[in-house]
Design a protein around this ligand. Sequence first.
Ligand code: SAM
Length: 259
Amino acid sequence: MPKSHFPIDLGLLAAVEQLIPPKSTILELGSGEGTNLLTNQYNVYSVEDDLEWVGYCEGTTYIHSPLVTKDHNGSTTSWYDVQILAEQLPNDYQLILVDGPSGKNGRIGLLDNLSLFKTDVPIILDDTIRSEEANIARELAFLLNRPMYTFWNFSIISPEILTSSQLAKIQHATLKVLKDEEDKYLLSYFSRCDRIADANLEYYEQIISEEQQLKAELNSLRRSKTRLGAIEKSYSLMLGRLLTAPLRAVSALFAKRRG
Ligand SMILES: C[S@@+](CC[C@H](N)C(=O)[O-])C[C@H]1O[C@@H](n2cnc3c(N)ncnc32)[C@H](O)[C@@H]1O
């Protein structure tokens, strides 16, 4: 059976893990089986238009918002009911995942309704392998004055510059997903599916292991500093006591005489 591309994949999950710590809150537009991957580690709110998918995942908080047809620059599009979103979206979340409405309905309505959302958080747009979604991501990055990081099938617009180790971990995970994709699927988006350059996973693995090594060295330096601090404190206390001992003895003597 061919693989379903509706749910988020492990590459996108790796991106989420690099952008926010566990137990953070995610606002997901468009829910499905992949929502379960998120609820394992995060607090999730899922905006969903289709009642068939509302309630599918036990761990998320659904916001059922049916699609409403509207005009966007002269053409008819449909997007979530803005009134419902205004009333029911949570106030706080640390990441937005744009994965709905489904591709056939289009996601352009997001650009017309940005004021509904927090925009100071990372935004992941899935399916930017498709031209329409890629254009929405590009315009969103333009509107927010933010850099956009594009992987083969999703994009990230982040308020902060991502580090080389974050990028290495995400790219490593996305390339592993790509390795198992069928040519037929890839050829529906790209003009060819043979790769010009090697995936070079070892390169990303090296960046990741260098960072782990640096972290370990930093932790050991921190531990040594704490130990040194404690030793220094105890020595200076002893020295202070030793040097002030005669003074304390004399003042005790005077105090006795006065008494
Ligand atoms: C790309 S899907 C969202 C996928 C979701 N974020 C996930 O990771 O599973 C977009 C929309 O398609 C519908 N949908 C979700 N899973 C589906 C599936 N396996 N097959 C068909 N439609 C699906 C839902 O209405 C959803 O809002």
